[in-house]
Design a protein around this ligand. Structure first.
Ligand code: KG4
Ligand code: ZN
Length: 350
């Protein structure tokens, strides 16, 4: 664990560093360039994201081969645009980083191989970054330090509660035992005839629905442990649909489903804060874009005297700025990864 500007090995070295990072773990191809120094808030100089959502929409989900082929088609152009936007050149970059896991193997390979190639050609260090660490740190990107906090990461592939002492010092408190929160949003959206990705569609439909119309289960909400389960909730929506013989009110179903997810996420996060004694909650990942979730968590934090830290909208869904931030913090401690490091498609954060 370290706190920027205090016990860093290079704490006296205040030289500005430039990091170029690539994110290609799923269906977003992203490149970012970040400037930062020990004890200073990092600055995003460029953040390019090419979303492949349109390509995958007709298949109702991400097709791995389509994703990797498009990462390799887009990456070079995005790197050139990022350098141009940042007003810098490849020779000025101090370290190159890429997401090395978790994610789709064929997609991870494209970004990490490109970053290693650039690092090798420019004789600069390479850093392999865990995608979940990127999400976890994203609410603190504009600050000069990452405080101790409880992190709730809610994305398409993960639902995780972590106790964070500082950058690089993480303890897993709990996670999903089946579907991730975003996955549940996507699957329920499909049942309701909404398009992929389902989260934003459900949120939109829920705005004019009654969240108390259906009494869906809040699995494990009152258990002392900090794990989640969303598959029972998903099945309850399915059975309700079957009983009704079709979708009667997409709005009421979406609102009731969304409310159940929110109650579970908020309840478990507050429990985590009580158990750890942390006073700050960091909320990240694609599902954290959901305004009803943000509002409910903000209200619950307010009542308990906790601070809620959220990332800006462009940092919630997959992006390379969060990977650059994680890489910058590690680079400032003198850390790097071997060029021979493999990808880790199933790697947990800890
Ligand atoms: O973090 P992310 O971009 O990718 C992963 O690392 O998985 O998260 C994508 C997930 C999808 O499941 C999507 O449906 C969900 O985030 N999502 C939302 C909203 N916007 C995106 N879920 C609920 N409400 C939203 N507004
Ligand atoms: Zn993600």
């Amino acid at each position: 664990m370290f706190e920027m500007g205090s016990i860093l090995p290079h704490a006296k070295d205040r030289r500005m560093r430039l990091i170029l990072a690539i994110e290609s773990s799923c269906d977003e191809t992203a490149v970012a360039i970040m400037r930062g120094a020990s004890g200073r808030a990092a600055e995003v100089l460029a953040s390019e994201v090419y979303s492949q959502i349109e390509l995958h929409r007709e298949h109702g989900g991400v097709v791995p081969e389509l994703a990797s082929r498009n990462h390799s088609l887009r990456l070079r152009g995005l790197v050139e645009k990022a350098l141009l936007d940042a007003g810098t050149a490849m020779g000025e970059i101090d370290a190159f980083a890429a997401t090395t896991g978790p994610g789709l193997a064929s997609s991870l390979l494209i970004g990490s191989t490109a970053a290693k190639g650039m690092a090798c050609a420019m004789n600069r260090p390479f850093l392999g970054i865990n995608h979940l660490e990127g999400h976890l740190l994203s609410p603190f990107l504009g600050r000069s330090s990452v405080p101790p906090h409880v992190a709730l990461i809610v994305s398409g592939g993960h639902t995780l509660l972590m106790d964070v002492e500082g950058p690089g010092c993480y303890r897993r408190l709990g996670g999903t035992r089946d579907d991730a929160a975003g996955e549940a949003f996507d699957k329920v959206a499909k049942m309701l005839g909404l398009t992929y990705p389902g989260g934003p569609e459900i949120e939109l439909a829920a705005r004019t629905g009654n969240p108390h119309a259906y009494d869906f289960p809040r699995s494990m909400l009152h258990d002392a442990h900090l794990d989640f389960s969303f598959s029972g909730l998903k099945t309850a929506v399915l059975y309700t649909l079957q009983r009704m013989g079709g979708v009667e009110s997409v709005h009421d179903l979406a609102a009731s489903f969304q409310q159940a997810v929110i109650d579970i996420l908020v309840g478990k996060t507050l429990r985590a804060a009580r158990q750890t004694g942390r006073r700050i909650i960091g909320l990240s990942g694609g599902v954290s874009l959901n305004r009803a979730l943000r509002g409910a968590l903000q209200a619950a934090c307010g009542k308990s005297g906790l601070e809620l830290a959220t990332a800006s909208a462009d940092l919630c869904t997959d992006n390379a700025a969060m990977i650059a931030f994680a890489a910058l913090l590690r680079h400032l401690t003198g850390e790097s990864s071997p060029l021979g490091e493999d990808i880790h498609p199933n790697s947990p954060l800890v």
